[in-house]
Design a protein around this ligand. Structure first.
Ligand SMILES: [Zn+2]
Length: 177
């Protein structure tokens, strides 16, 4: 057994094959744009600005997935200078990020996330977001938590200039057949 294998085994036994990842994403809000959050289109007079469909929640989850295995970030894998990703549905980016996790032999245990936005109220869309994300990540909906908060009208979120999402994921190494 090589030195690297020994140190990996030691690490694996210590962590039981668990890896944690965190992600954060920001987007500006502006008119003439659609608002996609968590893979769901939400009717609003402002939408998120970005190269893709600017889905702040899905992007934060992508970064958390990639981060858990130290695979870099969403900008490395899906550069915003690439025409391939112009206006792309971020559900595709989430699927591709998840595929990278699976290729490394891991699956997702659970996702916890928080959205910070002043308007609109998104409570009634949360269950739809949960099932969309759970469907992509091959999870039950109760393994996908989406919380939402305003910033009490403070800062750029409070002025409705932008929105933020934070995500944490736990991964576990899948059992070998
Ligand atoms: Zn983004």
């Amino acid at each position: 057994m090589s030195k690297a294998e020994v140190s990996y085994l030691r690490f694996f036994n210590y962590s039981m094959g668990l890896r944690i990842g965190s992600g954060v994403d920001y987007h500006q809000l502006a008119g003439e744009r659609k608002l996609f959050i968590g893979g769901v289109e939400i009717p609003h007079h402002k939408g998120a600005v970005g190269h893709s469909d600017a889905d702040v929640l899905l992007h934060a989850i992508c970064d958390a997935l990639l981060g858990a295995l130290a695979l870099g970030d969403i900008g490395t894998h899906f550069p915003d200078t690439s025409a391939e990703f112009k206006n792309i549905d971020s559900k595709i980016l989430l699927q591709r990020s998840f595929d990278k996790i699976k290729e490394k032999g891991y699956h997702v245990v659970n996702v916890d996330s928080t959205l910070c936005l002043q308007e609109p109220k998104i409570k009634s869309y949360i269950s739809q977001m949960q099932s969309t994300i759970a469907g992509i990540l091959e999870l039950e909906t109760d393994a996908v938590s989406i919380k939402a908060t305003t910033t009490e009208k403070m800062g750029f979120v409070g002025r409705e200039e932008g929105l933020v999402a934070y995500a944490t994921v736990l991964l576990k190494q899948s059992k070998k057949e």
